[in-house]
Ligand binder design. Structure first.
Ligand code: ZN
Length: 233
């Protein structure tokens, strides 16, 4: 046993990592979540279904290839706790972990076979400054560690901070998201590529749709969308 391993085991003995949901100490091989909690999450099982509830949000609105989410997000549920932990409690490793788990599932389902690049949903710079990181980017980094795809963060910029729209009606929100994003000058390398836009939670889908439509103005681009969770409305 290497010194490092002995040191880690000692550390774990005195300061065990805890499950982010039930706070029981994690055992060897568990990360972030204990097996019990991770088995009891509300998986959507959309995996490779072409028509699923996420895809239905976008159908007929703009051309896209595929759309999916890994979990259902329910108020007060375990997935909400996970999303809150990564968004507001600075649990950046959890974002990375969830990205990796999502990528493993998507890879098994063949969902990502022809995708070229991951594009985490850009945050408005003021929000990113406040939080210190973009959680979608951490999710994408976790995914990239499984899929070996590049991450694109400089082609699309969020120019409108649309976070204050939570209570508006769905229709109003679809109207409000036009011109939320703009392309920068750095898009040439994306021409002809299939872009997977990555986000944490998809609710009405209007913001991720706006990002997708912005990407579609790059020549010969195809877009797909994925969220860690789909919120029930
Ligand atoms: Zn647990």
């Amino acid at each position: 046993m290497s010194m490092m391993k002995i040191w880690n085991e000692l550390l774990n003995l005195f300061f065990p990592s805890l499950c982010v949901l039930c706070h029981r100490p994690l055992i060897d091989g568990e990360e972030q979540l204990c097996l019990h909690c991770s088995c009891n999450l509300s998986y959507t099982y959309f995996d490779n279904a072409d028509t699923n509830e996420v895809a239905q949000l976008f159908m007929g609105k703009f051309p896209f290839e595929k759309a999916t989410a890994m979990f259902y997000y329910q108020k007060g549920g375990a997935v909400q706790k996970l999303i809150h932990a990564l968004k507001y409690h600075d649990n950046q490793e959890l974002a990375y972990y969830l990205g990796r788990q999502a990528a493993i599932r998507l890879k098994q389902a063949g969902f990502v076979d022809d995708m070229d690049v991951l594009l985490p949903m850009p945050l408005h710079f003021s929000k990113e400054c406040k939080r210190g990181y973009n959680q979608a980017e951490l999710i994408a980094q976790g995914m990239a560690s499984v899929l070996y795809l590049p991450i694109e963060t400089s082609a699309v910029k969020r120019v409108v901070n649309s976070s204050t729209q939570t209570h508006k009606e769905v229709y109003e929100r679809w109207q409000n998201v036009q011109n939320v994003f703009v392309l920068t000058e750095k898009t040439k390398h994306l021409q002809g590529k299939h872009i997977l836009i990555v986000d944490d939670v998809i609710t009405t889908g209007s913001t991720i749709a706006s990002c997708a439509v912005t990407c579609l103005s790059i020549s010969n681009v195809r877009v797909s969308m994925m969220g860690i969770a789909l919120a029930h409305r």
